[in-house]
Design a protein around this ligand. Structure first.
Ligand code: SF4
Length: 513
């Protein structure tokens, strides 16, 4: 084993076996969950930089721009040519990486960072990424966006062979596969590991000599390449390049590995080509609207989805009102196409993450009112078209509609800028079990009655594909992953199919209070 020294600060590797998030001071991720608990949650954002004198500061800014991809925890690992340095903490990037004193503990011209919303493994310190390990070839640290669908099967096999896992994230499986690979170079070991994995990954790693980026063969999750003066940057979305003034170069291609070192950048494509299946929900909700992914600007796509929605599901009304913030671009598109005026009939409190609420059921029921308030002056006696991006359990929609009616709206018509969400995601998005999804168990009419609207309509799957620039959905070879709307999962769900429910538990350690 090499002897890269491992310096950590903050709450990272200090033997703390997992301070639960509930014991954080007020104003952290628990509040955000309460306010936002009826959406799918993107679970991670990654950022890596090579060759910049302020690598850790640039990474902190990049993670700040990616905060929408995960608010439970954040971590940065830097490398100064001799030592790796780490700082990880539960909570938001700004709260944990906003001070110069923290950034000064992360010296070096190379860094990698991660923001997390957990899909596997609980919200505990030992699960915060980037993960680090000492290998035969030296240290390597790794940040992963995605979800491995055969991680449990692989983990069981590795444990049988003597591997000892320290976290309950699927990402640690990659570490063990790299450690036990018989290949000699780090890139070949990573390729060897990835060949054994099913699932989705956009991954950024640093070793003592390289910055490495990888995107799974289907390209389900995004990853882009940027330049800032002489530095190379890898990030989940282009908004993370914009914040530091970096130039967008290109998307990392599905199945591509980029290796960056002092000689520059080289690209490797070691996997058999499969049809790309980028997550179409990134365009609907997950990605930031100012990002551009695979050549499509997210805001423009959302406007076009709204226009398609208006063409497919028009209704006589006085105003179009978005459910802020995610419904805004689609509502603009809907209003423009229909000629019905756009109004901010609901105002969002952007500081709800700073409330002092306790997670009791009574307060939970107040969640939406803490986050949104009706703009009664605009809603009174109006026939309202409400535009939202999705309905998960329907609990938030019920409260929003009730609030709009209480403000005096004479009719409420709900229009949704995604098809009905009928299936869970296993590819890196946190979703409830299928039976909890409103659209999985009820007809449109039943949902309309449950939510309390005069009418409810969704964009069709073909309308969605048209909005992203396709003629329609290719039923034989769909151009995107749309499994949460169609049940057509492009990547085998090994652990879901093969593991007994009891086996899916990764650890007997208490994780969540
Ligand atoms: S199942 Fe849905 S949310 Fe998950 S990757 Fe596919 S399209 Fe995206």
């Amino acid at each position: 084993m090499a002897s890269d020294r491992w310096h950590s600060s903050g709450s990272s590797e200090d033997g703390d076996e997992g301070e639960p998030i509930a014991s954080l001071p007020v104003g952290h991720a628990q509040d955000i969950d309460l306010a936002d608990d009826d959406h799918f949650h993107d679970e991670c954002g990654v950022f890596g930089i090579w060759g910049h004198s302020d690598a850790a500061a640039a990474t902190a800014l990049g993670l700040h721009a990616l905060q929408h991809r995960g608010q439970e925890a954040a971590g940065i690992v830097s490398y100064d040519g001799e030592h790796f340095h780490s700082h990880k903490a539960l909570g938001l990037v700004g709260d944990n990486f906003g001070s110069g004193s923290v950034i000064r503990t992360l010296p070096g011209s190379v860094a990698v960072g991660h923001v997390r919303y957990s899909t596997t493994g609980g919200t505990v310190v030992r699960n915060i990424q980037p993960l680090f390990a000492d290998f035969e070839f030296g240290g390597m640290t790794l940040a992963h966006n995605g979800n491995l669908t055969n991680a449990l099967a692989l983990r069981k096999a590795l444990v049988r062979r003597g591997a000892i896992f320290h976290s309950t994230t699927d990402t640690e499986t990659i570490i063990h596969l790299v450690a036990t690979s018989h290949y000699s170079t780090v890139v070949d070991r990573l390729i060897d590991a990835m060949r054994q994995l099913d699932g989705t990954y956009s991954l950024v790693a640093i070793t003592r000599r390289k910055l490495i980026g990888m995107r799974d063969p289907y390209g389900v999750r995004p990853l882009v390449l940027g330049r800032l003066a002489g530095a190379y940057i890898l990030a989940s979305e282009t908004c993370a390049l914009d914040i530091i003034g970096a130039q967008f170069v290109r998307d990392i291609e599905p199945g591509e590995i980029v290796v960056i070192d002092d000689q520059g950048l080289r690209s490797v494509r070691p996997f058999a080509r499969v049809p790309r299946r980028f997550c179409i929900f990134e365009y609907i909700y997950f990605a930031r609207p100012d990002s551009t992914i695979d050549g499509r600007n997210v805001y423009e796509i959302r406007r076009r989805i709204g226009a398609e929605l208006a063409r497919e599901n028009g209704v006589d009304a006085d105003i179009v009102v978005p459910v802020p913030d995610s419904g805004v671009p689609a509502a603009i598109g809907y209003a423009h196409e229909s000629g019905i005026p756009f109004e901010l009939g609901i105002i969002r409190n952007h500081y709800v993450g700073r409330t002092f609420i306790e997670p009791s059921q009574k307060i939970r029921l107040l969640g939406v009112r803490l986050k949104h308030n009706a703009n009664a002056a605009r809603l009174k006696d109006k026939r309202v078209i409400l535009v939202d991006d999705s309905i998960v359990r329907g609990t938030t929609s019920v409260k929003i509609v009730e609030m709009v009616r209480n403000a005096g709206a004479s009719e409420v018509h709900l229009r949704i800028s995604s098809p009905p969400t009928t299936h869970s995601c296993f590819y890196g998005i946190d979703t409830p079990d299928r039976e909890e999804l409103l659209a999985a168990t009820r007809s449109i009419e039943q949902m309309a009655s449950f939510i309390g609207v005069d009418s409810l309509a969704y964009i069709s799957i073909n309308g969605l594909y048209r909005a992203v620039g396709e003629i329609g959905r290719d039923m034989i070879r769909p151009q995107f992953c749309d499994a949460c709307f169609t049940g057509d999962y492009p990547i085998r769900l090994t652990d879901q199919i093969d593991a007994e429910p009891a086996e899916r538990q990764l650890s007997l350690l208490e994780e969540v209070p």
